[in-house]
Design a protein around this ligand. Structure first.
Ligand code: 57M
Length: 359
């Protein structure tokens, strides 16, 4: 909004030129998103506590979690509010990709919010049925993917990390593929969100990583130099990534162990979907397996565990899935699991960034 309002006056006030720069808006977008979470955090925590929107801890998990009973949840509302407001302030709302991200936030935010609302506010045992939730995710995912597919500067070929000369064109198949990326990431972030700061830490790392990829894709000379596909309007996505990272940091302030608030499905589902959408828009879809490798690892542990459990009628590969529970049950302290998983995500981000040169 500031961009649309203030930049036109740059002819009279040359300092307003600064609003044109993506780097400037990325940094100040990040700081604004951080401040919104930081300032409103205590208010939201107080409000949720007063409304008794506290986490119900299931007794079949690691016993160390029982002490977390009643921790305010649905903190995702704070993150989404911060991302939404900051995008209105610093984003270029004339950019189609920015609008698609906002729509992803609203659609997947609705699923998460509704699920949390029924479980935490109405205190019913189940939100959506698992099937209903998944179907709605797929429906929204297909819609978002179709919108991206229809964008004028979008092409349906796939970027293969490390191989700059291979990029198969998926044509219309790109839509279900993109939907898989968006819905898969949404659920993977949700599964990872089981320890204090475990999801939001790697999420910040992934956002910063995609901030670089979006900037490179949007900058003609740098994209050409690095042999990355140039997508002019994707440059604005680096502002969004800065905002995601800033809001994430602001939330982490309160979600750090011992957490004062959990994000709930209201946070994990839309945040994951937005990350998947960013990967699709920046044409670094497959690289998400590396950038978000930690989320992939957690989701894979669940798929393996559940399949093996069903096949062998009750045997397990891990002590408990998702993977973070396995290490907790092995006796690692919660902080150790969290920080080691963060280390893994930072390492994976560095490997991902190396693909800008190694190709
Ligand atoms: C949500 N939710 C956390 C919090 C957070 C198929 C199966 C693997 C599904 C899976 C599942 O239900 N996953 C989705 C996981 C929960 O966190 C809430 O949920 C939100 C995210 N959606 O924001 O509101 C608990 O996680 C802890 N937590 C923190 N700090 C945080 O910052 O400590 C969360 C955020 C919170 C809190 O304790 O209550 C969760 O773990 O429930 N199911 C599971 O993950 C279950 N695994 C399981 O059953 N494994 C089986 C296999 C055969 C399926 C096995 O390995 O034997 C685990 N979860 C529970 N009990 N509750 C293990 C058993």
């Amino acid at each position: 909004m500031l961009y649309e309002f203030l930049y036109p006056y740059h002819v009279d006030f040359s300092f307003l030129n600064i609003f044109r720069y993506i780097t400037f808006r990325t940094i100040y977008g990040g700081l604004t998103a951080f401040l919104i979470c930081f300032i409103f955090g205590p208010f939201v925590i107080r409000k949720l506590t007063k409304m008794q929107i506290g986490q119900i801890i299931q007794t079949d998990g690691p016993k160390s979690h029982l002490g977390k009973q009643g921790t305010p949840t649905m903190g995702g509302i704070l993150i989404l509010f911060s991302i939404f407001m900051t995008t209105l302030i610093w984003g270029n709302l004339g950019n189609h990709y920015v609008n698609i991200i906002l729509l992803t936030l609203l659609l997947f935010g609705f699923i998460g919010f509704f699920d949390d609302y029924i479980m935490q506010v109405k205190k019913r045992n189940m939100g959506f049925t698992a099937k209903g939730k998944f179907l709605l995710q797929v429906l929204f995912g297909l819609f978002i993917s179709w919108l991206i597919y229809k964008c004028p500067d979008f092409d349906s070929s796939l970027t293969i990390p490390f191989f700059k000369d291979i990029s198969p064109d998926l044509g219309l198949w790109y839509i279900p593929f993109a939907c898989f990326v968006i819905v898969g990431t949404s659920n993977a972030v949700n599964l990872t969100d089981g320890l204090d700061g475990l999801a939001i830490g790697p999420y910040i790392v992934a956002s910063v990583t995609y901030m670089f990829f979006a900037y490179v894709a949007g900058h003609m000379q740098i994209a050409e130099y690095l042999h990355v596909r140039h997508i002019l309007s994707a440059g604005e996505i680096s502002v969004i990534c800065g905002i995601l990272a800033g809001a994430g940091l602001g939330f982490l302030w309160f979600n750090a162990h011992p957490a004062q608030i959990f994000m709930g499905d209201s946070g994990s589902l839309p945040l994951g979907a937005i990350l998947g959408t960013v990967a699709v828009i920046t044409k670094q879809e497959l690289l998400l397996i590396v950038v978000g490798g930690l989320f992939v690892m957690e989701a894979l542990s669940v798929i393996l565990q559940v399949s093996y459990f069903k096949l062998t009628k009750g045997k397990r590969i891990f002590r408990m899935a998702p993977l973070h529970h396995h290490f907790e049950l092995k006796g690692w302290h919660e902080s150790k699991v969290i920080i080691r998983f963060w280390i893994i995500s930072i390492t994976l981000a560095l490997i991902s960034l190396s693909t800008l040169k190694i190709r």
